[in-house]
Design a protein around this ligand. Structure first.
Ligand SMILES: CC(C)(COP(=O)(O)OP(=O)(O)OC[C@H]1O[C@@H](n2cnc3c(N)ncnc32)[C@H](O)[C@@H]1OP(=O)(O)O)[C@@H](O)C(=O)NCCC(=O)NCCS
Length: 211
């Protein structure tokens, strides 16, 4: 059984339809934070959107939607899927949120570890995410979990009338045994801080990556 750093029961499980309202409330609250951690604005993610993510996680073998409960209360969620572009089908992309009241006690780590284990089991060998460069707490969190900076795209997003850059982060998953192609950052140093953000893998929309 998982527990938070302060001893409360922590459960990470697949989301079900009965979670949809709580998940939407959580995403809305995080979207309203003054630090602008998410692409979503308050109200921009509908109940239907959330139900769609939950249904996709349940139905699609290449998608997952996880929730975390602390002492029976909704504390966080993580949704992700494989990229649809066939040559990048080995890439898993995700986004996540932890309620501000439950941060710093291991909820995010439990969600991320569960998602990475799921993705490895599903055969994905690379994981990507998209984050705002000002979201330093999330960036530090991802770095602690093995993600490195892979580039940025200026003014990639427009949110509530303001432009934001996109920071790309990624890591390999599992053995990732195959040799990297020439020109790939992985062909050089595994710790390269600035891999070119030029792969064709970039999704046309943020999708599951950053809500
Ligand atoms: C980024 C985010 C998901 C991290 O979730 P979290 O639940 O706070 O993550 P964790 O608790 O696992 O780890 C965070 C911190 O707690 C500490 N911690 C975790 N488990 C701990 C434990 N068992 N004992 C002591 N400290 C612990 C970590 O060292 C870390 O330190 P920090 O305070 O310097 O960040 C969360 O901050 C969040 O949802 N932010 C808003 C939305 C967002 O930015 N999403 C990502 C968009 S790309």
């Amino acid at each position: 059984m998982l527990t938070t750093a302060d001893g409360r029961t922590l459960v990470v499980r697949s989301g079900v339809m009965a979670d949809a309202r709580d998940v939407r409330r959580l995403i809305d609250a995080v979207a309203a934070e003054p630090g602008v951690p998410l692409l979503a604005t308050p109200g921009s993610i509908s109940l239907r959107d959330v139900k769609g993510l939950i249904a996709k996680g349940a139905r699609d073998p290449g998608s997952v939607f996880l929730v975390a409960e602390v002492a029976g209360r909704m504390a966080g969620n993580l949704g992700g899927s494989g990229l649809a572009f066939a040559p990048s089908a080995h890439v898993f992309e995700f986004g996540m949120s932890v309620d501000a009241a439950y941060r710093g006690v291991g909820v995010g780590a439990a969600l991320l570890e569960a998602a990475l284990a799921w993705a490895a089991g599903a055969g994905f060998t690379r994981v990507e995410l998209s984050v705002f460069p000002h979201n330093t707490r999330a960036i530090a969190f991802y770095e602690r979990h093995g993600f490195t900076f892979e580039g940025s795209r200026p003014r990639r997003f427009r949110r509530a009338g303001r432009y934001f850059d996109e920071q790309l982060m990624g890591r390999t998953l599992g053995a990732a045994a195959e040799p990297a192609a020439a020109g790939s950052a992985a062909a050089g140093s595994a710790t390269t801080a600035a891999a070119p953000a030029t792969t064709a893998a970039a999704p046309a929309t943020p999708g599951a990556g950053m809500v």
